[in-house]
Write a protein that binds this ligand. Structure first.
Ligand code: ATP
Length: 243
């Protein structure tokens, strides 16, 4: 059984079809990169999984539980943690207070304390800056903080929407180093959204490319020819491409 099994998912905003019968599976421990141009439906997919938008059709099964249309807190309690686009730290709270928000729902206090140690080991800077105001951190540091906060919920699946947005390539590399370490050390299942497939090629794992609410390309990003990627991304037929 897949950890996440999405079948025929349809989401519409008024008359706009954001997802049109999308089906997707994610195995435990897998890294899935979801790419695609503006408006392809990537964020909508993450929001539908996390319970933030209600689908009009289809089903989402996570870890054996039907979660379609369930409330975000129910989905989170089952082990899905989502880092939305735009790094929403609680700016006036300290770094440590932000991390403690992540443990708010947990009953396993000992495991939560161990996770705080692990997160501090992953991001030593967050330990150093424990008592600094989170709003004063740089963009890259805030991205690390929201990922760390999501980890503090003890998730089985971590979803991150465009972690590279607004970050310098070098800082993005650092964020991805940590994500790959997490996957290796904790076998954490990751679903990461990035607009460009270049990051998927650098990172590896499996890629699905969305366009106009459906999957147009799927596979090992390192094995897909660049030209095929471009055609799928821009929605152009072979005959339209000039050599
Ligand atoms: P981006 O990279 O620009 O965030 P995306 O691939 O994440 O794009 P979505 O944000 O999921 O795409 O948007 C899919 C479609 O749904 C687009 O046509 C978008 O304009 C529309 N859409 C998204 N959110 C809303 C909303 N709250 N109300 C109305 N339409 C929306």
């Amino acid at each position: 059984m897949s950890l996440l099994d999405i079948k025929d998912l349809t989401v519409r905003y008024g008359g706009i079809g954001a997802l049109r019968g999308l089906s997707l599976r994610l195995e435990a421990g897998e890294l899935l990169m979801v790419t695609g141009p503006n408006g392809a439906g990537k964020s909508t997919l993450t929001k539908a999984i996390a319970g933030l938008v209600k689908p009009q059709g289809g089903r989402i099964v996570f870890d054996g539980h039907l979660v379609t249309g369930r409330a975000p807190e129910t989905v989170a309690a089952l082990g899905i943690s989502m880092v939305p686009e735009g790094r929403q730290v609680f700016g006036s709270m300290t770094v440590l207070e932000n991390l403690r928000v992540g443990t708010g729902m947990r009953r396993d206090r000992l495991a939560a304390a161990a996770d705080l140690e692990y997160v501090h080991d992953l991001f030593p800077l967050l330990k150093e800056r424990s008592h600094s105001q989170a709003g004063l951190l740089s963009g890259g540091q805030q991205q690390m903080l929201v990922i760390a906060r999501a980890l503090m919920t003890g998730p089985k699946l971590l979803i991150i929407d465009e972690p590279s947005l607004g970050l310098a390539p070098k800082v993005t590399d650092q964020v991805y180093e940590v994500l790959l370490r997490l996957r290796q050390e904790r076998q954490l299942t990751l679903l990461i959204v990035e607009q460009s497939s270049t990051r998927a090629v650098l990172t590896g794992g499996r890629m699905v490319m969305l366009r106009e609410g459906g999957i147009v390309l799927e596979g090992d990003p390192r094995a897909i020819p660049a030209r095929t990627m471009q055609q799928a991304y821009f929605g152009i037929e072979d005959s339209e491409v000039t050599a």
